[in-house]
Design a protein around this ligand. Structure first.
Ligand code: F6R
Length: 371
């Protein structure tokens, strides 16, 4: 059922305008017909007040699902006012992390069957936390075992590397943030702007998918590299981690996502004229800081590929000494959805060019049911 596509991963990347539409269907009201702009999440309705009153929200997941949670952390904190902490499921269990009755634990899992996430769910339940599931699989162990939750409705994901589930997870968690902030008057304008942009998101993703050929071209340039660094910060730290994970798991190329704010604390030593570095520098509240990172990397003759907002090429790289990929602009909290798409395409094309199995990468399984 790959249709006109050669691989499931390719199909699933290109399906994202539709999967995002399905994820949001019936959940957002646009303000038309006299209804106020807002979000309705049936599976969470009864629990929204409890979550708002929590001492903290703990996001728990593995791999790409963890990255989706990380991408949503800031907007949940901003709109709910509740601090959010991040936990990789295996590490939470190794540390026997303290969890309390006043906590809300959110379990993010595409398959809903990942062993570490499932064990962390049992652990959190025993300690009395409210457990919320964000999964793509109705009837999965995590969907059944949590007290409440939201299905992402992204449709079956066959390729082992998660793509459309990632973007739909972020859309769902943004809607959760909106639901948690729904009663606040001070955030109203911001919430309404995010709703407008959620409704525009499928179209923006359709636009950014037009970069397919440009990403194939970039993959040709990078095909024989040993390593690829990806620098991001703020919302796009998650994009950097997720892009690097895609490149290593399918293209079997070493890649590392780096928090740009940490650059001077070690990674800068790797910069020379040969190491390819992707810098995520789209327009948002911290773009100026990324501008300064770019200048510092260029001053060290860094070989940069800059991902920036349409029309910002000259501003972000006045010297013209970097390759630039321009992407459409959207609300800060959703920019990571737009930004990951060209990097998914890059990892896909790198894999094909390097001759590796796209849909079933070496040593990996779609659902990790053992610890
Ligand atoms: C990477 C990938 C994995 C999964 C991880 C968790 O592309 O798919 O990192 O995200 O194994 O799986 P789920 O989301 O099913 O719990």
């Amino acid at each position: 059922m790959k249709g006109n596509y050669e691989h499931y991963m390719q199909k699933e990347i290109h399906e994202q305008p539709d999967s995002l539409t399905t994820t949001m269907r019936g959940r957002l009201t646009s303000g038309e017909g006299g209804k106020p702009k807002g979000v309705v999440l049936g599976g969470l309705k009864e629990h929204v007040d409890t979550i708002r009153r929590s001492r903290r929200i703990i996001f728990i997941g593995c791999g790409t699902s963890y990255h989706a949670a990380l991408a949503s952390r800031q907007i949940i904190e901003q709109l709910s006012g509740v601090p959010v902490t991040m936990e990789l499921a295996s590490d939470l269990l190794d540390r026997q992390c303290p969890i309390f009755r006043e906590d809300t634990a959110v379990f993010v899992s595409q398959s809903g069957e990942t062993a570490d996430t499932l064990l962390a769910l049992e652990y959190a339940k025993k300690r009395g936390a409210l457990c919320v599931g964000v999964t793509n699989t109705v009837g999965s162990a995590i969907a059944r075992g949590t007290h409440c939750g939201v299905h992402i409705n992204a449709g079956a994901e066959i390729g082992v590397a998660s793509t459309k589930a990632y973007t739909s997870q972020i859309a769902v968690m943004t809607m959760i943030a909106l639901a948690l902030g729904q009663d606040s008057i001070s955030n109203r304008e911001m919430r309404e702007a995010i709703i407008d942009d959620l409704l525009r998101l499928p179209e923006k993703v359709r636009e950014v998918l037009k970069l397919d050929e440009a990403m194939r071209e970039l993959a040709r340039e990078l095909v024989n590299e040993q390593s690829l660094l990806v620098f991001g910060r703020g919302y796009n730290y998650a994009t950097a981690l997720e892009a690097a994970l895609k490149v290593k798991e399918v293209a079997l190329m070493h890649s590392e996502g780096i928090l740009a704010g940490e650059m001077k604390h070690g990674p800068l030593a790797l910069v020379d004229e040969t190491m390819p570095i992707i810098v995520l520098a789209t327009r948002d509240a911290i773009q100026q800081k990324q501008q300064s990172v770019i200048q510092q990397l260029l001053a060290r003759k860094g070989r940069l590929i800059i991902v920036c907002t349409e029309g910002d090429s000259v501003k972000m790289c006045p010297s013209g000494k970097a390759k630039v990929i321009e992407v459409p602009h959207i609300a800060d909290c959703l920019q990571t959805v737009v930004n990951i798409v060209p990097l998914q395409l890059l990892s896909y094309h790198l894999t094909v060019l390097r001759g590796f199995n796209v849909d079933q990468p070496r040593n990996l399984a779609k659902s990790v049911t053992t610890e």
